[in-house]
Ligand binder design. Structure first.
Ligand code: PEP
Ligand code: MN
Length: 356
């Protein structure tokens, strides 16, 4: 249950709600959002009498029952879907966004070619990792601060807002200086120290789903950001561990549709990491949008064969432009058979007799 309070509520008004709840043995957590103050409890509902006395307290706007464990992330907690703003881009609105760019920022030449390519292809935002979580410590680890500066240059030239990953609490400050959206990678989804720190920044966070996490665990990770005061959270499905040897991960398209049902937060899909194969990216991009995704996160490299990370799943610039043109086409037409006219009852009997 949430107690939603008017944003004009005084400190005393909020404390009165908190102590009323605590006197009944109910835990209360206060969150200040842009348009309201919310007192979050760990209860699904409150009983009738308590409900009445809480409603009558000054500055209380409404009581909202939330049955999910993720209280603020739950669709039950808000009337409208959340729209996250990054620069002049809206994520979670009417139209889907396409965030594209290289896996890693490798050099000025590489990043600028990718940035110009995705801009010309119609991307809404630019992605690129400066701090890279790599499975092997011997592989390219990213350019760090130098990569962030190159991303800022690319934004300056193309006008595209930037999404880039932050891996550690130590780097939050510097990444905030340069990025428009901070990505939390799949492997850091439950890095609670990082989530707590990112809850306090004034930049949106793109939270990728861990390949072994349930949708509930993913939304509870988002809850850390919301509960700490950052309402600008974007989710991204990027494939889960599967048994198939042919794809890097298994694209959990059901999770995209399910997350859209359970939360008001925007849900993106990343078919590049989900499959690890560039030939599958266009089909799964269309599938993700058909399942309701609010946008796509795609890896694009000017020369994928020589990429320092994730080349096999990266599209080149021409392939990206083709994919974008394909997204404008409707999904496959379906044969819809007209219902057969009902046969007269006696006629049906005759057929039955004939078959006996
Ligand atoms: C990435 O986006 O380049 C990345 C490392 O993704 P993930 O965290 O999903 O593996
Ligand atoms: Mn990658």
């Amino acid at each position: 249950m949430l107690v939603s309070m008017r944003n004009t509520a005084t400190r005393e008004d909020v404390l009165r709600v908190v102590s009323t709840l605590q006197n009944r043995g109910i835990q209360a957590h206060v969150v200040r959002e842009a348009s309201r103050i919310v007192v979050v409890t760990n209860q699904s509902k409150i009983d009738g009498n308590d409900d009445k006395s809480l409603r009558l307290l000054p500055a209380v706007d409404s009581l909202i029952n939330v049955t999910h464990r993720f209280k603020l992330a739950s669709i039950q907690s808000r009337k409208q879907r959340t729209i996250v703003r990054a620069g002049d881009v809206e994520i979670g609105g009417e139209t889907a966004v396409v965030i594209a760019g290289p896996c890693s920022v490798e050099s000025r030449e590489q990043l600028m070619a990718a940035a110009r390519g995705v801009r010309d292809g119609g991307a809404t935002m630019l992605r690129g990792g400066a701090y890279k979580p790599r499975t092997s410590p011997y592989e390219f680890q990213g350019l760090g601060a130098k990569g962030l500066k190159l991303l800022a240059e690319a934004r300056e030239e193309t006008g595209l807002p930037i999404v880039t990953e932050v891996m550690s609490t130590d780097d939050v400050e510097i990444v905030c200086e340069y990025a428009d959206v901070l990505q939390v990678g799949a492997r850091n989804m439950q890095n609670f120290a990082l989530l707590r720190r990112l809850a306090t920044v004034d930049k949106p966070v793109l939270l990728k789903r861990n390949p072994a996490a349930t949708v509930e665990e993913w939304l509870l990770a988002a809850e850390y950001l919301l509960a700490g005061g950052n309402s600008n959270v974007i989710l991204c499905e990027r494939g889960i561990k599967g048994s198939g040897a042919e794809t890097r991960n298994t694209f959990d398209i059901g999770a995209v549709a399910l997350a859209r049902q359970l939360t008001h937060l925007p849900v993106l899909a990343d078919p590049s990491h989900a499959t690890g194969r560039r030939d599958l990216v266009p089909a799964l991009s269309r599938a993700a949008l058909a399942a309701g995704a609010d946008g796509l996160l795609l890896e694009v490299h000017p020369n994928p064969e020589n990429a320092l990370s994730d080349g096999a799943q990266s599209l080149n610039v021409a392939e990206f432009a083709k994919l974008m043109r394909g997204l404008a086409e409707p999904v496959r037409k379906v044969q819809v058979r007209a219902p057969a006219p009902l046969r007269h009852v006696s006629q049906r009997r005759e057929i039955m007799h004939a078959n006996q």
